[in-house]
Design a protein around this ligand. Structure first.
Ligand code: ADP
Ligand code: MG
Length: 304
């Protein structure tokens, strides 16, 4: 059974639609990275799941149980930190943890959570004295109380230094290996790139790509970029041969095939038609770049 199923979620703020038919699901013990620029709708999706905001239509199931107005029972197994961590500032970290414990977390488990999130050292200081990163770690610790099956973390790396980000990644991978499912958002792909099993890319409230990590990483990995004397003519020739060229950064870009033979085909076609090739590069796209491209393609579709 899926830990989380989100189906055709629609959400309006007044007349402005913030989510459009958002659908995705999470298998047990996997990490799903929700990726998108600021304002894309990541927090709104997460708030809808945990009942911090209403949605207009769609369905959300946790462990196969549909969320209803009386959402409590289905949220029993969900730990979350959405937007900013909200500890009680006049209480210490330890007091906050005790407060959010529903009674099912033993003292021993509490200590383990504090160690794993590295807050033990300052657990007896008042939360108002915490830096953003310390608050963030306390927020994550709170989300780990009460044996969650599903963790929902909204940009949890915000405010963390590189070492804490690294440690948090390790912790999340460890938790997922224990069978916990994790929905984690970021506007920086790099933060999630070593941990997510699946990606959902969201832009302007719409899911524009869903992919497992492996194909997300290999998508568009091998590209050929050519600069030519006559762009229009070259585009026509290559299109008519079914190579699906696109113009990118004033160059023609073609995805290479698995055998890597597209390049010789391109050179042959263009020289037959007397289009001069000014420059050719094979291009390895990194993840961040391929995401930016997906987003800019989506934005230009939107503008049309
Ligand atoms: N309470 C609100 N009232 C009105 N508009 C909102 C509210 N919360 C979010 N929005 C709008 O919904 C869109 C998605 O926001 P949000 O989910 O916070 O994006 P993200 O978390 O991806 O940065 C944005 O256009 C934002 O301005
Ligand atoms: Mg947000």
């Amino acid at each position: 059974m899926k830990t989380l199923e989100v189906q055709s979620l629609n959400k309006f703020f007044g007349r402005k639609q913030a989510l459009f038919d958002v659908s995705f699901d999470i298998e047990p013990g996997t990490i799903l990275g929700l990726i998108g620029p600021n304002g894309a709708g990541k927090s709104t999706i997460m708030k809808s799941i945990v009942g911090l905001t209403d949605y207009n239509s769609g369905s959300i199931k946790i462990d196969g149980k549909e969320l209803t107005k009386n959402k409590r029972s289905s949220l029993e197994n969900v730990g979350s930190m959405i937007e900013s961590p909200a500890p009680y500032l006049n209480l210490t970290g330890r007091q906050n943890l005790k407060l959010f414990n529903d009674g099912s977390t033993t003292a021993e488990e509490m200590q383990e959570i504090m160690d794993e999130t590295q807050i033990t050292e300052f657990a007896d200081r008042k939360a108002k004295k915490y830096s953003l990163g310390m608050k963030q770690r306390l927020g994550i610790a709170i989300s780990l109380l009460n044996h969650p099956k599903l963790l929902i973390l909204d940009e949890p790396m915000n405010g963390l230094d590189p070492q804490s980000t690294h440690d948090l990644r390790d912790l999340l991978v460890k938790l997922s290996k224990r069978g916990i499912s994790i929905l984690i958002s970021s506007h920086l792909l790099d933060e999630l790139s070593r941990i997510a099993d699946y990606y959902v890319v969201i832009n302007h409230g719409k899911v524009i790509k869903k992919s497992d990590a492996k194909s997300f990483l290999s998508d568009g990995l091998k590209n050929i970029r050519i600069e030519v004397s006559d762009m229009d003519k070259a585009m026509n020739i290559l299109s008519s041969e079914g190579l699906s060229p696109v113009i990118y950064d004033k160059k023609i870009e073609i995805s290479d095939n698995d055998e890597g033979t597209a390049l010789s085909q391109v050179i042959e076609l263009l020289s037959q038609s007397e289009v001069q090739i000014l420059d050719v590069t094979r291009h390895q796209e990194d993840l961040e770049e391929s995401l930016l491209k997906i987003l800019s393609e989506d934005n230009s579709k939107e503008a049309k």
